[in-house]
Design a protein around this ligand. Structure first.
Ligand code: ATP
Ligand code: SF4
Ligand code: MG
Length: 334
């Protein structure tokens, strides 16, 4: 079966503004990223701040254009389509942000916020249809129907995020990209929102790309995890598999802190991340890696398969031959 989403050799370069005394510089935020997401899969994306997770999400949803590469949604390359052709397709892929009200006018009632996606798509509903749809959406995210008339300032953080999820669900999408959807919530509320997302995926046959700083959460919630470092995927880790890449290991080791209040963020690993302006020609992790060898700073390790769903980009711990094609298929692909 065709994967719902296929990303191929996707890259995005940002240019810094040049000046009289300043040369224009290029920043590689996402570099040569490829992966598939099967229908119904939950794909996690982790990595330290600035490694390109949100840029990848925005590229996948064509909120920004790639510098190169392809994004095939249900077999169609949305990376190369003109904006007017993308607009009607947008109903099939939606996003939930960390702060859902960053994209909603705070002067709108919940009802108006939930109606907005229909208006943007030019979908005309009768008053009775609109009422039924709003009631359905509020019920789906377990909010009381009376909340339709509330404003943002009357909602708690968890309620706002439920409205954000309801808005993403309004047009019955197939794919939802969740960019740190629970990062600003208390742990107990976070658990409720995750339980809701779990339940919605089962009930509505949704596919998720789930970006998070919380490694324990990603390991619990996701079928596979993409580990990103300086714009590249360094490991594709199926659920339950032990990490192999030294960076993933460092993340996982330092994330194993029993107190959930302390383990929410990606831990700090000693050493500096190189700048995306001067990306090294070899492995970007070499300056921080305890296993680094001379070849590590000379040539870029390619992502190569360890097993059907597990891949790693490392000269020392990766598979011996790097000439095998990368396992792009998700675990539950047939
Ligand atoms: N529009 C832009 N112009 C220039 N640089 C950008 C732009 N958007 C992102 N970047 C840079 O690209 C890099 C990746 O940013 P991105 O927001 O994707 O990281 P992230 O992994 O989502 O980080 P965080 O965990 O903090 O959300 C960062 O260094 C960021 O400064
Ligand atoms: S390629 Fe070398 S520097 Fe990079 S992670 Fe592997 S061992 Fe470490
Ligand atoms: Mg981000």
């Amino acid at each position: 079966m065709t994967p719902l989403l296929s990303v191929r050799a996707l890259s995005r370069v940002f240019s810094s503004p040049g000046g009289i005394l300043r040369k224009k510089r290029q920043f590689r935020a996402v570099s040569d990223v490829s992966f598939d997401v099967a229908r119904g899969e939950v794909l996690g994306v982790v990595g330290e701040s600035g490694c390109g997770k949100s840029t990848l999400a925005r590229l996948v949803l064509r909120l920004i254009t790639p510098s190169s590469g392809a994004v095939l949604f249900d077999g169609q390359d949305i990376a190369s389509l003109p904006a007017r052709v993308i607009r009607p397709l947008r109903r099939h892929f939606q996003m939930v942000f960390q702060d859902p009200y960053s994209s909603i006018d705070p002067r709108l009632t919940v009802r108006s916020a939930l109606m907005e996606p229909f208006m943007v798509q030019g979908i005309k509903l009768t008053a009775a249809e609109a009422r039924t749809r709003i009631d359905d959406l509020l019920t789906m995210v377990s909010l009381p129907l009376s909340m339709a008339d509330s404003y943002q300032h009357q909602l708690s953080g968890g309620q706002k995020q439920r409205v954000g999820i309801a808005r993403a669900l309004a047009l019955s999408p197939a794919l939802i990209v969740l960019d740190e959807p629970t990062a600003s919530l208390d742990v107990s509320i976070q658990a409720q929102v995750i339980a809701l997302l779990h339940d919605l995926r089962d009930r509505l046959d949704l596919t998720y790309m789930f970006i998070s700083h919380d490694l324990a959460l990603v390991q619990y919630f996701c079928d596979r995890i993409l580990v990103m470092y300086l714009g590249r995927i360094v490991e594709v880790l199926p659920r339950g598999a032990l990490p192999v890449h030294p960076y993933t290991k460092a993340l996982m080791d330092s994330a194993f802190i029993p107190d959930p209040h302390q383990r929410r963020d990606i831990p700090r690993i000693s050493g500096e991340i190189p700048s995306g302006y001067d990306a090294p020609q070899g492995c970007a992790f070499a300056g921080r890696c305890p296993l680094a060898e001379p070849r590590c700073s000379q040539t870029l390790p390619q992502l190569a398969p360890l097993s059907k769903a597990h891949a790693v980009a490392c000269h020392v711990l990766g598979p011996v031959s790097h000439n095998i094609p990368v396992p792009l298929e998700p675990r539950n692909a047939v």
